[in-house]
Design a protein around this ligand. Structure first.
Ligand code: SF4
Length: 383
């Protein structure tokens, strides 16, 4: 319902917004070295440089870069050391690596030409939704939105999106941005939104000088300071698990496949048990106490239930932390030997169990990043 409401209420607003803002931009837009009929490569380089860096800092770097690497082929053919040297001082070096990697992908997989479709652009390392929108609209003149932090601020204030635009209200924001884009001239309008967000509609809005003030929701309702709404932080659930790496008399390791509907469904791992799940400091303290207790009886009962003859086990004293969207997980690792290699029936979170060679883990049997971290802790190594 919220989506429909915004859709109908915003159509006329969107047209007025697009038209008015473009008019303002044509007179007041910033002159920047990457704005004069840019190639997709120039848009890409400038947008990556502008992430977390101010325009005034980027300009000399951009100009030097374009002299040394004027196109995607020259960048793809360069040594990474030279790329990083040119980037030195700009910070966040991962961006330079992404540009270099991305250039190679464009040369090797797209014959040196940027793909025109947003979906294809997003397959290139370092190109996310915003950068793809910027390349498509600025270089290819497509009428698609490009939503960066400035656009989030301007759109949420002008259209009065009151909820979390990075969470529950994201679809509303994207729907409005598409509505604005449908009125055309996106190359100008997207840049206009950015320029307004970087100047008059910055953190503290200067509404008196803004061309949009007549119809702006935040201005009318005196909400410029409270929009965009701060991100709603969801307290994560803490989950404490123990994994058991179990080795058979034939040197095989027991792997379990997570059920399709479980977290990380379909992936393989050392069998785990969840000791505790909850929120808050008291829960965490209790869970840590539980981890300090001996798990001997627990593992023996677990093995007995699966017809496993547990010979011995030890606590590696190692654990990893792993963050999911809603869960903060700690996994401690225990390791043990058993005297048999029985077939084990599906059970609980697991739809299959197999005895496997160690080097098949992650090759024949796909595993999660969590499992990769757990394997790095294994004291028994590849035995
Ligand atoms: S009127 Fe104020 S809040 Fe609204 S878009 Fe303009 S600067 Fe931003």
């Amino acid at each position: 319902m919220a989506l429909l409401h915004f859709f109908f209420a915003s159509m006329k607003q969107a047209q007025w917004f697009s038209h008015t803002l473009r008019g303002w931009f044509l007179k007041n837009g910033r002159t920047l070295p990457w704005r004069n009929n840019p190639t997709p490569y120039q848009v890409w380089v400038s947008e990556i440089m502008l992430q977390q860096t101010q325009v005034v800092t980027v300009i000399p770097y951009y100009e030097r870069w374009i002299q040394v690497f004027p196109d995607v082929k020259s960048l793809a053919g360069a040594a990474i050391e030279d790329v990083l040297k040119l980037w030195a001082g700009l910070g966040y070096y991962r961006r330079a690596r992404y540009l270099h990697e991305g250039a190679k992908v464009i040369v090797e997989q797209y014959c040196g030409e940027f793909p025109h479709e947003i979906r294809e652009l997003r397959k290139i390392p370092g190109i996310g939704a915003y950068t793809a929108g910027a390349i498509a609209s600025f270089a290819f003149k497509q009428d698609v939105p490009a939503i960066d932090g400035n656009a989030e601020r301007v759109l949420s204030r002008f259209f009065g999106i009151l909820g979390d635009i990075r969470g529950t209200e994201r679809r509303v924001l994207e729907s409005i941005a598409s509505e604005v884009a449908s009125f055309g001239h996106c190359s100008d309008v997207n840049q206009a939104i950015m320029d307004l967000g970087a100047s008059l509609c910055g953190k503290s809005a200067q509404c008196a000088q803004c061309p949009l003030a007549d119809k702006c929701y935040a201005f009318e309702h005196q909400m410029t300071e409270s929009l965009p709404a701060p991100k709603v932080r969801i307290e994560k659930t803490d989950e404490f698990r123990v994994a058991l790496r179990l080795i058979s008399p034939f040197g095989k390791t027991l792997l379990a496949k997570r059920s399709k509907d479980a977290l990380l469904g379909g992936l393989w791992e050392f069998p785990m048990v969840t000791l505790s799940r909850g929120r808050g400091k008291e829960h965490r303290d209790n869970a840590l106490d539980l981890l300090r207790e001996s798990r001997d009886a627990r593992w023996r009962a677990w093995c007995h239930e699966k017809n496993l003859c547990l010979k011995e086990w030890h606590n590696t004293e190692k654990y990893i932390s792993h963050t999911f969207t809603h869960i903060q997980m700690r996994v401690d690792l225990d390791e043990g030997l058993c005297n048999n290699e029985p077939a084990i029936l599906p059970n609980g979170d697991y739809e299959d169990f197999r005895w496997v060679e160690y080097d098949e883990i992650g090759t024949k049997y796909p595993i999660s990043t969590l499992m990769k971290k757990i394997m790095r802790m294994s004291v028994l190594g590849e035995s």
